[in-house]
Design a protein. Structure first.
Length: 264
């Protein structure tokens, strides 16, 4: 399953998260298993401090570069035009790639901490636009951006963000930004789609999982998929890596979707 971004570039409908994967052997096994199971979107970030490990793991698999979608993120300390360009080059070299499929701003500068927050975000975004125009990135976007950040960015941007990655899972449904992104053709991605694992013990989730003969994780991920939001589950366990992408043979009802949405 793929979605078409606003620039007509296609992105896989489920991704493989790599947060907290910091051991080379573990990364090698996990990435190889993920690709074998059908994942092609690999999500990482400079903040994860594992770009070299993920780059080596991808290289070790011998995977066809054109068949994998790799996305990275610029961290807060590297915001700004020149610093973002430099940060991207470090990321690209660590991942051992000629280009990235997507590059995102990890967090917006906010008015809570910066008087010139709008300028900081605009300059950071200008760097992403340059990378995109030079063909070093095939899609650009943001993470954790609220409507006010996107509206302000629109005043200076030449290219609208194609992606917005936010915390999104049953019980955490950011409806306002979700509706906004749907209307503006900004594809959403879900970090922590399993609620940091806490949802796996939730009684509502377990009840629905039992009804469908699926795991609680599969129910949470299917909820995201039916919202047309790209989940980015992370696991290093072969069984769970396979399980997390095996979502095509069941469908949650409208009532179940609502029950999951309303989890407290």
């Amino acid at each position: 399953m793929y979605y078409e971004l606003s620039n007509h570039w296609k992105i896989p409908g489920i991704g493989f998260g790599t947060w907290q994967i910091v051991d080379q052997q573990e990364a090698d096994r996990a990435i190889e298993m993920a690709l074998q199971c059908g994942y092609s979107l690999i999500d990482t970030a400079s903040k994860y401090k594992n770009e070299e490990i993920i780059g080596d793991a991808l290289k070790h698999t011998g995977a066809d570069r054109e068949k994998i979608f790799v996305e990275g993120k610029v961290w807060n300390k590297d915001r700004g035009f020149e610093k973002t360009l430099a940060a991207f080059e470090k990321t690209r070299k660590k991942l051992q790639l000629d280009y990235l499929d997507a590059y995102l701003i990890h967090w917006p500068a906010s008015a809570l901490f910066y008087e010139d927050w709008a300028k900081i975000n605009a300059e950071t975004w200008r760097a992403l636009e340059k990378l995109y125009e030079e063909g070093l990135v095939r899609a650009i976007g943001v993470c954790n951006y609220e409507i006010e950040h996107l509206n302000e960015l629109e005043k200076s941007a030449n290219i609208k963000p194609m992606l917005n990655q936010v915390e999104f899972h049953p019980g955490t449904f950011p409806e306002e930004i979700y509706r906004y992104c749907c209307e503006e053709n900004i594809q959403m991605q879900a970090w922590s789609p399993l609620g940091n694992g806490q949802l796996l013990e939730n009684e509502t989730v377990k009840k629905i999982a039992g009804k469908h003969k699926k795991s609680p994780a599969q129910v949470c991920l299917k909820w995201c998929v039916q919202k047309q939001v790209i989940p980015l589950p992370k696991s290093v366990t072969p069984k769970r890596i396979q399980e997390n992408i095996s979502l095509g043979d069941f469908l949650l009802t409208e009532e179940e979707m609502k029950q999951l949405e309303e989890i407290v």
